[in-house]
Design a protein around this ligand. Sequence first.
Ligand code: BES
Ligand code: ZN
Length: 403
Amino acid sequence: MKLSILLALIPSIQSFPIFDNQIQLFGGEPDRVIKVGPKEYKLVNEEQKLTLKRNNIKFIDVTNSINVKQAFEEGLLENVPTGFNIQSLGSKFLSDIAPPKNYTYPETISYKSDVKDFISKIDTDKMYENLSKFTSFYTRYYKSETGYESAQWLEGKLEEIIAPVKDVVNLSRVNHEGWDQFSIIASIPGKVDSKVIVGAHQDSVNLLFPSLMRSPGADDDGSGTVTILEAFRILMDSYVKGDFKPHHTLEFHFYSAEEGGLLGSFDVYQKYYQQKETVVGLLQQDMTGYTGNMKEGEIHMGLITDYTSSGLNDFIRVIVDNYCSIPYHETSCGYACSDHASAIEHGFPASFVIESEFAYSSKFIHSVYDTIDRIDWDHVKEHTKLTLGFAYELSMAKVDTDI
Ligand code: BES
Ligand code: ZN
Protein backbone atom coordinates (compact mmCIF):
# COMPACT_ATOMS: atom_id res chain seq x y z
CA MET A 1 0.00 0.00 0.00
CA LYS A 2 1.24 3.45 -0.85
CA LEU A 3 2.49 5.42 2.13
CA SER A 4 0.18 8.33 1.35
CA ILE A 5 -2.89 6.06 1.53
CA LEU A 6 -1.68 4.56 4.76
CA LEU A 7 -1.14 7.99 6.22
CA ALA A 8 -4.59 9.07 5.11
CA LEU A 9 -6.11 6.20 7.07
CA ILE A 10 -4.62 7.22 10.37
CA PRO A 11 -7.06 10.06 11.03
CA SER A 12 -10.04 7.76 10.45
CA ILE A 13 -8.64 5.24 12.90
CA GLN A 14 -8.26 8.09 15.30
CA SER A 15 -11.85 9.18 14.73
CA PHE A 16 -13.43 6.21 16.44
CA PRO A 17 -15.43 7.19 19.49
CA ILE A 18 -13.23 8.18 22.33
CA PHE A 19 -13.16 6.29 25.54
CA ASP A 20 -11.63 7.84 28.59
CA ASN A 21 -8.87 5.29 28.72
CA GLN A 22 -8.27 5.09 24.97
CA ILE A 23 -4.88 3.58 24.24
CA GLN A 24 -2.48 6.27 23.30
CA LEU A 25 -1.55 5.38 19.72
CA PHE A 26 0.06 8.51 18.40
CA GLY A 27 1.31 11.83 19.52
CA GLY A 28 3.61 11.02 22.42
CA GLU A 29 3.31 11.74 26.12
CA PRO A 30 0.24 13.65 27.26
CA ASP A 31 1.40 17.12 28.07
CA ARG A 32 -1.63 19.29 27.37
CA VAL A 33 -4.39 20.07 29.82
CA ILE A 34 -7.71 20.84 28.18
CA LYS A 35 -10.99 22.02 29.60
CA VAL A 36 -13.96 20.27 27.98
CA GLY A 37 -16.70 21.72 30.13
CA PRO A 38 -17.16 24.39 32.80
CA LYS A 39 -15.57 22.11 35.42
CA GLU A 40 -14.17 19.25 33.40
CA TYR A 41 -10.52 18.79 32.50
CA LYS A 42 -8.52 16.16 30.62
CA LEU A 43 -4.83 15.46 30.21
CA VAL A 44 -4.06 14.64 26.56
CA ASN A 45 -1.39 14.79 23.86
CA GLU A 46 -1.44 16.72 20.57
CA GLU A 47 -2.84 13.84 18.52
CA GLN A 48 -5.67 13.34 20.99
CA LYS A 49 -6.56 17.01 20.68
CA LEU A 50 -7.01 16.47 16.94
CA THR A 51 -9.08 13.35 17.53
CA LEU A 52 -11.36 15.30 19.85
CA LYS A 53 -11.82 18.03 17.24
CA ARG A 54 -12.59 15.44 14.54
CA ASN A 55 -15.22 14.06 16.88
CA ASN A 56 -16.66 17.53 17.33
CA ILE A 57 -15.68 17.75 20.98
CA LYS A 58 -14.79 21.32 21.87
CA PHE A 59 -12.22 22.37 24.41
CA ILE A 60 -9.97 25.11 25.67
CA ASP A 61 -6.28 24.25 25.89
CA VAL A 62 -5.44 25.72 29.28
CA THR A 63 -1.92 24.31 29.59
CA ASN A 64 -0.50 27.82 29.83
CA SER A 65 -2.96 29.03 32.44
CA ILE A 66 -1.58 30.09 35.77
CA ASN A 67 -3.18 27.30 37.83
CA VAL A 68 -2.31 24.49 35.45
CA LYS A 69 1.30 25.62 35.09
CA GLN A 70 1.52 25.51 38.87
CA ALA A 71 0.02 22.01 39.00
CA PHE A 72 2.57 20.81 36.44
CA GLU A 73 5.37 22.35 38.48
CA GLU A 74 4.15 20.65 41.64
CA GLY A 75 4.20 17.31 39.78
CA LEU A 76 0.48 16.82 40.36
CA LEU A 77 -0.12 15.76 36.78
CA GLU A 78 2.68 13.27 36.36
CA ASN A 79 0.78 10.15 37.38
CA VAL A 80 -2.51 10.94 35.74
CA PRO A 81 -3.33 8.30 33.06
CA THR A 82 -4.01 9.44 29.48
CA GLY A 83 -7.54 10.58 28.83
CA PHE A 84 -8.29 10.30 32.52
CA ASN A 85 -10.75 12.84 33.74
CA ILE A 86 -8.74 14.99 36.12
CA GLN A 87 -11.72 16.84 37.46
CA SER A 88 -11.21 15.01 40.75
CA LEU A 89 -8.06 17.01 41.31
CA GLY A 90 -10.58 19.75 41.83
CA SER A 91 -9.77 23.15 43.10
CA LYS A 92 -6.16 23.14 41.90
CA PHE A 93 -7.57 23.72 38.44
CA LEU A 94 -10.69 25.68 39.10
CA SER A 95 -10.01 29.35 38.80
CA ASP A 96 -11.51 31.72 41.29
CA ILE A 97 -12.47 34.11 38.53
CA ALA A 98 -15.99 35.45 38.92
CA PRO A 99 -18.46 35.10 36.04
CA PRO A 100 -18.80 38.11 33.72
CA LYS A 101 -20.58 41.20 35.05
CA ASN A 102 -23.95 42.04 33.59
CA TYR A 103 -23.46 45.66 32.61
CA THR A 104 -26.38 47.81 31.51
CA TYR A 105 -26.16 48.24 27.76
CA PRO A 106 -28.12 50.68 25.59
CA GLU A 107 -31.65 49.51 24.74
CA THR A 108 -31.86 51.64 21.64
CA ILE A 109 -29.47 52.99 19.02
CA SER A 110 -28.22 56.60 19.22
CA TYR A 111 -26.08 57.17 16.12
CA LYS A 112 -28.21 56.03 13.20
CA SER A 113 -26.99 58.55 10.62
CA ASP A 114 -23.29 58.04 11.48
CA VAL A 115 -23.56 54.26 11.30
CA LYS A 116 -25.62 54.38 8.08
CA ASP A 117 -22.87 56.51 6.60
CA PHE A 118 -20.22 53.97 7.64
CA ILE A 119 -22.31 51.17 6.16
CA SER A 120 -22.42 52.97 2.81
CA LYS A 121 -18.63 52.75 2.72
CA ILE A 122 -18.39 48.94 2.95
CA ASP A 123 -16.33 47.84 -0.04
CA THR A 124 -16.81 44.13 -0.75
CA ASP A 125 -14.34 44.25 -3.67
CA LYS A 126 -11.66 45.27 -1.23
CA MET A 127 -12.76 42.51 1.13
CA TYR A 128 -12.59 39.99 -1.70
CA GLU A 129 -9.07 41.13 -2.51
CA ASN A 130 -8.03 40.76 1.14
CA LEU A 131 -9.56 37.31 1.48
CA SER A 132 -8.03 36.26 -1.80
CA LYS A 133 -4.58 37.08 -0.47
CA PHE A 134 -5.28 35.64 2.99
CA THR A 135 -6.48 32.30 1.59
CA SER A 136 -3.50 32.10 -0.78
CA PHE A 137 -1.21 31.15 2.12
CA TYR A 138 -0.91 27.35 1.88
CA THR A 139 -2.23 27.04 5.41
CA ARG A 140 -2.61 29.45 8.32
CA TYR A 141 -2.08 26.62 10.79
CA TYR A 142 -0.63 28.29 13.85
CA LYS A 143 2.47 26.10 14.00
CA SER A 144 3.32 26.50 10.30
CA GLU A 145 5.73 28.87 8.60
CA THR A 146 2.95 30.15 6.32
CA GLY A 147 0.80 30.72 9.41
CA TYR A 148 3.48 33.11 10.60
CA GLU A 149 3.72 34.74 7.17
CA SER A 150 -0.06 35.27 7.00
CA ALA A 151 0.11 37.01 10.40
CA GLN A 152 2.86 39.27 9.06
CA TRP A 153 0.73 40.10 6.02
CA LEU A 154 -2.26 40.95 8.22
CA GLU A 155 -0.09 43.10 10.45
CA GLY A 156 1.15 44.95 7.34
CA LYS A 157 -2.46 45.69 6.30
CA LEU A 158 -3.22 47.09 9.75
CA GLU A 159 -0.05 49.18 9.66
CA GLU A 160 -1.21 50.73 6.37
CA ILE A 161 -4.57 51.60 7.87
CA ILE A 162 -3.19 53.28 10.99
CA ALA A 163 -0.24 54.97 9.22
CA PRO A 164 -1.62 58.54 9.41
CA VAL A 165 -2.18 58.24 13.19
CA LYS A 166 0.40 55.63 14.14
CA ASP A 167 1.47 57.60 17.21
CA VAL A 168 -2.02 57.48 18.70
CA VAL A 169 -3.52 54.20 17.57
CA ASN A 170 -1.65 51.34 19.05
CA LEU A 171 -0.85 48.24 17.03
CA SER A 172 0.69 45.42 19.00
CA ARG A 173 1.77 41.86 18.60
CA VAL A 174 0.96 39.37 21.31
CA ASN A 175 3.65 36.70 21.10
CA HIS A 176 2.83 33.24 22.38
CA GLU A 177 5.01 30.65 24.03
CA GLY A 178 5.41 27.50 21.93
CA TRP A 179 4.46 28.67 18.42
CA ASP A 180 5.35 31.57 16.12
CA GLN A 181 2.04 32.91 14.81
CA PHE A 182 1.30 35.98 16.92
CA SER A 183 -2.05 37.53 17.80
CA ILE A 184 -2.57 41.15 16.78
CA ILE A 185 -4.36 43.93 18.65
CA ALA A 186 -5.24 47.30 17.12
CA SER A 187 -6.36 49.71 19.81
CA ILE A 188 -8.10 53.07 19.27
CA PRO A 189 -7.81 55.00 22.53
CA GLY A 190 -11.03 56.29 24.04
CA LYS A 191 -11.65 58.80 26.80
CA VAL A 192 -11.61 55.89 29.24
CA ASP A 193 -9.55 52.68 29.35
CA SER A 194 -12.45 50.21 29.45
CA LYS A 195 -12.49 48.25 26.22
CA VAL A 196 -15.06 47.45 23.56
CA ILE A 197 -13.66 44.62 21.47
CA VAL A 198 -14.40 42.91 18.17
CA GLY A 199 -12.52 39.71 17.44
CA ALA A 200 -11.84 37.06 14.81
CA HIS A 201 -9.31 34.26 14.56
CA GLN A 202 -6.66 34.43 11.85
CA ASP A 203 -5.54 30.78 11.87
CA SER A 204 -6.96 27.92 9.83
CA VAL A 205 -6.56 24.16 10.06
CA ASN A 206 -6.85 21.09 7.89
CA LEU A 207 -8.01 18.45 10.33
CA LEU A 208 -6.72 15.53 8.24
CA PHE A 209 -3.08 16.59 8.45
CA PRO A 210 -2.61 20.05 9.89
CA SER A 211 1.11 20.22 9.21
CA LEU A 212 0.96 18.80 5.68
CA MET A 213 -2.25 19.72 3.93
CA ARG A 214 -3.62 22.89 2.43
CA SER A 215 -6.09 24.85 4.50
CA PRO A 216 -7.53 27.94 2.79
CA GLY A 217 -9.87 28.69 5.71
CA ALA A 218 -11.94 31.10 3.63
CA ASP A 219 -15.03 30.91 5.81
CA ASP A 220 -13.29 29.70 8.99
CA ASP A 221 -12.19 32.31 9.76
CA GLY A 222 -10.82 34.28 6.85
CA SER A 223 -14.34 35.69 6.48
CA GLY A 224 -14.45 37.00 10.05
CA THR A 225 -10.95 38.40 9.67
CA VAL A 226 -11.81 40.46 6.58
CA THR A 227 -15.13 41.44 8.17
CA ILE A 228 -13.53 43.11 11.16
CA LEU A 229 -10.64 44.41 9.03
CA GLU A 230 -13.12 46.27 6.80
CA ALA A 231 -14.99 47.69 9.81
CA PHE A 232 -11.64 48.82 11.20
CA ARG A 233 -10.68 50.49 7.89
CA ILE A 234 -13.96 52.44 7.77
CA LEU A 235 -13.88 53.55 11.41
CA MET A 236 -10.22 54.53 11.15
CA ASP A 237 -10.99 56.63 8.11
CA SER A 238 -13.38 58.62 10.27
CA TYR A 239 -10.97 58.67 13.21
CA VAL A 240 -8.17 60.07 11.05
CA LYS A 241 -10.48 62.92 9.97
CA GLY A 242 -11.17 63.67 13.64
CA ASP A 243 -14.84 62.73 13.32
CA PHE A 244 -14.81 59.62 15.52
CA LYS A 245 -13.97 60.06 19.19
CA PRO A 246 -14.89 56.90 21.07
CA HIS A 247 -15.70 57.04 24.76
CA HIS A 248 -14.47 53.52 25.48
CA THR A 249 -11.22 52.27 24.00
CA LEU A 250 -12.08 50.33 20.85
CA GLU A 251 -10.00 47.27 20.00
CA PHE A 252 -9.78 44.91 17.04
CA HIS A 253 -8.34 41.51 17.92
CA PHE A 254 -6.96 38.97 15.46
CA TYR A 255 -6.34 35.82 17.45
CA SER A 256 -3.76 33.18 16.70
CA ALA A 257 -4.27 29.45 17.33
CA GLU A 258 -8.02 29.33 17.94
CA GLU A 259 -8.03 25.94 16.23
CA GLY A 260 -5.51 24.64 18.76
CA GLY A 261 -8.05 25.17 21.54
CA LEU A 262 -8.46 28.98 21.82
CA LEU A 263 -4.77 29.28 22.66
CA GLY A 264 -4.13 32.81 21.37
CA SER A 265 -7.23 34.42 22.82
CA PHE A 266 -6.70 32.60 26.13
CA ASP A 267 -3.29 34.27 26.43
CA VAL A 268 -4.78 37.66 25.54
CA TYR A 269 -7.58 37.48 28.13
CA GLN A 270 -5.34 35.94 30.79
CA LYS A 271 -3.12 39.00 30.36
CA TYR A 272 -6.13 41.36 30.53
CA TYR A 273 -7.27 39.58 33.69
CA GLN A 274 -3.85 39.88 35.30
CA GLN A 275 -3.62 43.55 34.32
CA LYS A 276 -7.11 44.13 35.78
CA GLU A 277 -8.45 45.50 32.49
CA THR A 278 -12.14 46.28 32.10
CA VAL A 279 -13.94 44.87 29.07
CA VAL A 280 -17.34 46.32 28.25
CA GLY A 281 -17.98 43.52 25.76
CA LEU A 282 -16.48 41.39 23.00
CA LEU A 283 -18.23 40.54 19.75
CA GLN A 284 -16.61 37.50 18.11
CA GLN A 285 -16.98 37.09 14.34
CA ASP A 286 -16.09 33.53 13.39
CA MET A 287 -17.55 32.34 10.03
CA THR A 288 -19.48 35.13 8.35
CA GLY A 289 -19.76 34.06 4.72
CA TYR A 290 -21.47 30.74 3.99
CA THR A 291 -25.16 30.59 3.06
CA GLY A 292 -25.15 27.45 0.89
CA ASN A 293 -27.43 25.47 3.20
CA MET A 294 -30.08 28.16 3.57
CA LYS A 295 -33.06 28.63 1.23
CA GLU A 296 -33.43 32.01 -0.43
CA GLY A 297 -35.67 34.19 1.68
CA GLU A 298 -34.60 32.35 4.83
CA ILE A 299 -31.11 33.75 5.06
CA HIS A 300 -30.25 34.74 8.62
CA MET A 301 -27.38 35.12 11.08
CA GLY A 302 -26.93 32.94 14.14
CA LEU A 303 -26.85 34.54 17.58
CA ILE A 304 -25.15 32.10 19.91
CA THR A 305 -27.04 32.00 23.20
CA ASP A 306 -25.13 29.35 25.15
CA TYR A 307 -22.00 30.31 27.09
CA THR A 308 -22.40 33.95 26.04
CA SER A 309 -23.54 37.06 27.95
CA SER A 310 -27.29 37.58 27.89
CA GLY A 311 -27.16 41.35 28.42
CA LEU A 312 -24.68 41.83 25.59
CA ASN A 313 -26.77 39.49 23.40
CA ASP A 314 -29.76 41.79 23.99
CA PHE A 315 -27.68 44.73 22.79
CA ILE A 316 -26.71 42.77 19.68
CA ARG A 317 -30.38 42.05 18.95
CA VAL A 318 -30.95 45.83 18.89
CA ILE A 319 -28.03 46.33 16.49
CA VAL A 320 -29.15 43.58 14.08
CA ASP A 321 -32.76 44.83 14.12
CA ASN A 322 -31.68 48.36 13.29
CA TYR A 323 -28.74 47.97 10.95
CA CYS A 324 -28.96 44.61 9.17
CA SER A 325 -31.20 43.57 6.27
CA ILE A 326 -31.58 39.98 7.49
CA PRO A 327 -32.75 38.66 10.88
CA TYR A 328 -30.91 36.66 13.51
CA HIS A 329 -31.95 33.21 14.70
CA GLU A 330 -30.94 32.03 18.12
CA THR A 331 -28.67 29.02 18.14
CA SER A 332 -26.10 27.30 20.31
CA CYS A 333 -22.68 25.87 19.63
CA GLY A 334 -21.56 24.22 22.86
CA TYR A 335 -18.85 24.90 25.38
CA ALA A 336 -15.81 26.76 24.03
CA CYS A 337 -16.59 26.78 20.31
CA SER A 338 -14.72 30.01 19.59
CA ASP A 339 -12.62 32.76 21.16
CA HIS A 340 -15.49 34.45 23.00
CA ALA A 341 -15.11 31.58 25.48
CA SER A 342 -11.63 32.80 26.45
CA ALA A 343 -13.12 36.16 27.42
CA ILE A 344 -15.96 34.52 29.38
CA GLU A 345 -13.48 32.23 31.21
CA HIS A 346 -11.68 35.32 32.47
CA GLY A 347 -14.83 37.06 33.58
CA PHE A 348 -15.34 39.36 30.60
CA PRO A 349 -18.74 39.69 28.84
CA ALA A 350 -18.78 38.28 25.32
CA SER A 351 -21.11 37.39 22.44
CA PHE A 352 -20.72 35.44 19.23
CA VAL A 353 -22.63 35.93 15.99
CA ILE A 354 -22.07 33.32 13.29
CA GLU A 355 -23.27 32.99 9.68
CA SER A 356 -26.39 30.95 10.52
CA GLU A 357 -28.00 28.53 12.91
CA PHE A 358 -25.46 25.82 13.69
CA ALA A 359 -27.30 23.27 11.50
CA TYR A 360 -26.98 25.46 8.38
CA SER A 361 -23.35 26.47 8.83
CA SER A 362 -20.65 25.43 6.38
CA LYS A 363 -19.61 21.78 6.46
CA PHE A 364 -16.52 22.54 4.37
CA ILE A 365 -14.54 24.05 7.23
CA HIS A 366 -11.26 22.48 8.38
CA SER A 367 -10.73 21.01 4.90
CA VAL A 368 -9.30 21.90 1.48
CA TYR A 369 -12.84 22.76 0.39
CA ASP A 370 -13.21 25.85 2.58
CA THR A 371 -12.54 28.11 -0.41
CA ILE A 372 -13.28 31.71 -1.39
CA ASP A 373 -15.65 30.76 -4.23
CA ARG A 374 -18.13 29.49 -1.63
CA ILE A 375 -18.33 32.85 0.13
CA ASP A 376 -21.52 34.90 -0.18
CA TRP A 377 -20.42 38.53 -0.10
CA ASP A 378 -23.90 39.88 0.59
CA HIS A 379 -23.76 37.85 3.77
CA VAL A 380 -20.30 39.03 4.75
CA LYS A 381 -21.63 42.54 4.22
CA GLU A 382 -24.40 41.94 6.75
CA HIS A 383 -21.82 40.88 9.33
CA THR A 384 -19.78 43.99 8.52
CA LYS A 385 -22.85 46.16 9.16
CA LEU A 386 -23.30 44.38 12.49
CA THR A 387 -19.65 44.91 13.39
CA LEU A 388 -19.79 48.62 12.51
CA GLY A 389 -23.02 49.12 14.46
CA PHE A 390 -21.72 47.22 17.47
CA ALA A 391 -18.31 48.92 17.53
CA TYR A 392 -19.60 52.45 17.06
CA GLU A 393 -22.73 52.37 19.22
CA LEU A 394 -21.05 50.57 22.10
CA SER A 395 -17.76 52.48 22.10
CA MET A 396 -19.70 55.79 22.07
CA ALA A 397 -22.14 54.73 24.80
CA LYS A 398 -21.11 55.59 28.33
CA VAL A 399 -21.63 52.13 29.77
CA ASP A 400 -21.13 52.24 33.55
CA THR A 401 -18.52 49.60 34.40
CA ASP A 402 -18.20 50.61 38.08
CA ILE A 403 -20.61 47.99 39.33
N1 BES B 1 -15.41 28.26 13.62
C1 BES B 1 -15.31 27.07 14.39
C2 BES B 1 -16.47 26.88 15.34
C3 BES B 1 -17.80 26.60 14.71
C4 BES B 1 -17.93 25.70 13.66
C5 BES B 1 -18.91 27.20 15.22
C6 BES B 1 -19.18 25.48 13.09
C7 BES B 1 -20.16 26.96 14.66
C8 BES B 1 -20.27 26.11 13.58
C9 BES B 1 -14.01 27.10 15.20
O1 BES B 1 -12.94 27.61 14.49
C10 BES B 1 -13.68 25.70 15.66
O2 BES B 1 -13.38 24.85 14.88
N2 BES B 1 -13.74 25.48 16.95
C11 BES B 1 -13.46 24.20 17.51
C12 BES B 1 -13.28 24.32 19.01
C13 BES B 1 -11.88 24.70 19.39
C14 BES B 1 -11.85 25.18 20.79
C15 BES B 1 -10.93 23.54 19.27
C16 BES B 1 -14.63 23.28 17.25
O3 BES B 1 -15.78 23.78 17.14
O4 BES B 1 -14.42 22.07 17.19
ZN1 ZN C 1 -13.36 29.23 13.41
